[in-house]
Design a protein around this ligand. Structure first.
Ligand code: NMX
Ligand code: MLT
Length: 426
C-alpha cells in the first residue's frame, strides 16, 4: 500500500465521524441565508459546499489547508497533492513515495494515441484533452469494482486509485496533445527520474534554461492546483462526481467548464490580448497608448481578460507569484513588460468604468507571458497547462467527498412565478 493511501486510511474514519456528528448534533442550524440577488447572480456567497483542500478569502486569496499560497510556491506539486488530501505537508520519504507511485502509473494505453491521431488538425487542445480524459475512463478501477458491488466505505479508496492513475497520465497526454496539435514532432516519453512538474516541462520540450523552465512549471502547477470548491470547474466536477460517475468523467466535466473564457480560457485570452496589443503598436506601447487601447476594448463591451474575480477583492496572490517570478527572471521580456504595464493601468480603468466588483488581476493575467518566454507560444494551448495543474485539486476534492460519504447533489430550483409571488408576500 502506498504511504498516501495508508495515511488516508488512518484519517478517513475520523472525517466520517465529524460528518456524522455535524449532521446529528447541528443539522438544523442556519449558516447562510439566500437572497433573490444571490439566486439571480450565480449563487455568489451562498455557503453550500464543504471543501477542506483549500479556501479563498476575498481579502487574502488562496490558502491550501490554511497555508497562504505564496508560502508554497517553492514546493513540489506532488507535495501540494499530499497536503490537500491529508492536511499536512509530506516528509521527504512520503514525498518520494508519492513520486514513485505516480511514476509507476504514467503509461498511457495505445488506443489513446490512436484517438489523438484522428482529431482534425485545427481542433482546440481543450476539446482534445476533455475527450481523452473521458476515454481514459475505459480503465476506471472504481467503475470496475462498482459493477462488481463496491461497499460505500471503499468508494474513496478506488477513487484514489483512479485519481493517481489519472494525475500520473495528465502531463503525458497533455504534452502529447501539444506536440501533435502544433506540429512539434514525435511525443517525448516521460522520464522516471524526474518529478511530476519537471517531467511535464521536459515532455513539452522548450527553449532556453532547462532548470528555470522546470522550476517555473513546478510553480505553475502549484499555484493553479486548487481554488476551493465553488469555482466552475471544481463545482461541476463535484456535481458530476456526486452521481458516482468515476474520476475520469468528473474531471473531464470540470475541465469542460475550465475551457470557458470567463474561467480557465482567460489564460489563453490574456496572452492573446498582450500579443494583439504588441502587434497593433509594433512595440511596447507607452502608458497613454495602452490606456487608450484598453479603454477602447472596454467601450466596445469586451472584458479585459485576467482582471476581475467572483470572490477576490484584492490582487490575486497567484498573480503576485507570477509577477515576482517574471521580475526576477525575465524582466526585459516584452510580453512580461506588457503584463506589468497592464497591472499599472487596468485596475484604474475598471474602477473608472464602475462595473467590475474586483478591478485587480487574477491568476491568468501573467502566466502566459512566462511560458511564452520558454517557447510555448501557442496560446490556444494554455488552458491545457492550467488543466494539468487543476487535476490535483479536483481529484483531491472528489476523493475527500467520497471519504465523507457525501450524497448526490440536488439543489431546488423554483419557477419565475414562484419567485415573484414569494417576494411580493414579504
Ligand atoms: N473587464 C471588463 N468588465 C468586467 C471585468 C473585466 N475584466 N470583470 C468584470 N466585468 C464586468 C462584468 O462583465 C459585469 O458586467 P455586466 O454587468 O455588464 O454583466 C460587471 O463587471 C460585474 O461583474 P462582477 O460581478 O465584477 O464579476 P463576476 O463575478 O460576474 O465575474 C469574472 C467574474 C472573473 C468572470 C469577471 O471578472 C471577468 O469576466 N473577468 C475577465 C475574464 C477572466 O479573467 N476570467 C478568469 C477568472 C479566473 N479563472 O481562471 O477562472
Ligand atoms: C479559479 O482558480 O478557479 C478561478 O480563480 C475562479 C474562481 O475561483 O472562481
Amino acid at each position: 500500500m502506498s504511504m498516501l493511501k495508508a495515511k488516508l486510511s488512518s484519517q478517513v474514519p475520523d472525517l466520517k465521524e465529524r460528518v456524522r456528528n455535524l449532521g446529528k448534533n447541528h443539522g438544523s442550524k442556519v449558516i447562510s441565508q439566500v437572497t433573490v440577488e444571490q439566486v439571480l447572480g450565480g449563487m455568489r456567497g451562498i455557503k453550500s459546499l464543504i471543501c477542506d483542500t483549500s479556501e479563498v478569502g476575498l481579502d487574502y486569496g488562496l490558502k491550501i489547508r490554511g497555508i497562504p499560497i505564496l508560502e508554497l510556491t517553492e514546493k513540489l506539486p506532488e507535495d501540494i497533492l499530499w497536503l490537500m488530501l491529508t492536511g499536512s505537508l509530506p516528509t521527504e520519504e512520503e514525498s518520494n513515495d508519492l513520486q514513485k507511485e505516480l511514476n509507476s502509473r504514467m503509461e498511457v494505453p495505445e488506443f489513446i494515441w490512436k484517438i489523438l491521431d484522428t482529431f482534425p488538425a485545427d481542433t482546440h487542445p481543450m476539446n482534445m484533452l476533455t475527450s481523452i480524459v473521458t476515454a481514459l475512463g475505459y480503465d476506471s478501477k472504481f467503475k470496475r469494482e462498482y459493477d462488481k458491488g463496491l461497499k460505500k466505505d471503499l468508494y474513496w479508496d478506488y477513487t484514489l486509485e483512479d485519481s493517481l492513475d489519472l494525475i500520473a497520465k495528465m502531463p503525458v497526454i497533455a504534452s502529447a496533445i501539444y506536440r501533435k496539435r502544433f506540429g512539434k514532432g514525435e511525443r517525448i516519453a516521460p522520464r522516471k527520474d524526474l518529478d511530476w512538474g519537471a517531467n511535464f516541462a521536459y515532455m513539452l520540450g522548450a527553449e532556453g534554461n532547462k532548470d528555470e523552465w522546470y522550476k517555473l512549471m513546478r510553480m505553475y502547477m502549484v499555484v493553479h492546483s486548487d481554488h476551493e470548491s465553488g469555482n466552475v470547474s471544481a463545482f461541476t466536477s463535484h456535481v458530476v462526481g456526486s452521481a458516482l460517475s468515476d474520476a475520469y468523467y468528473s474531471l473531464a466535466a470540470g475541465l469542460a467548464g475550465l475551457a470557458g473564457p470567463l474561467h480557465g480560457l482567460a489564460n489563453q485570452e490574456c496572452l492573446k490580448f498582450v500579443l494583439e496589443t504588441l502587434n497593433h503598436f509594433s512595440k511596447v506601447p507607452s502608458d497613454d497608448e495602452l490606456r487608450a487601447f484598453a479603454k477602447d476594448r472596454l467601450d466596445r463591451g469586451l472584458v479585459i481578460p485576467g482582471y476581475g474575480h467572483a470572490v477576490l477583492r484584492v490582487t490575486d496572490p497567484r498573480f503576485t507569484a507570477s509577477l515576482e517570478w517574471g521580475k526576477k527572471v525575465i524582466p526585459n521580456d516584452d510580453r512580461f513588460v506588457m503584463v506589468e504595464k497592464l497591472f499599472k493601468i487596468v485596475p484604474d480603468l475598471l474602477i473608472e468604468q464602475g462595473k467590475a466588483k474586483d478591478p485587480w488581476p487574477n491568476v491568468d493575467a501573467a502566466t502566459g507571458a512566462l511560458v511564452y518566454h520558454y517557447g510555448i507560444k501557442e496560446f490556444e494551448y494554455y488552458t491545457v497547462i492550467f488543466s494539468v495543474s487543476r487535476s490535483l485539486g479536483i481529484c483531491s476534492q472528489l476523493i475527500l467527498s467520497r471519504a465523507m460519504g457525501e450524497p448526490i447533489t440536488r439543489p431546488k430550483s423554483v419557477t419565475m412565478d414562484w419567485m415573484e409571488k414569494e417576494v411580493n408576500k414579504q
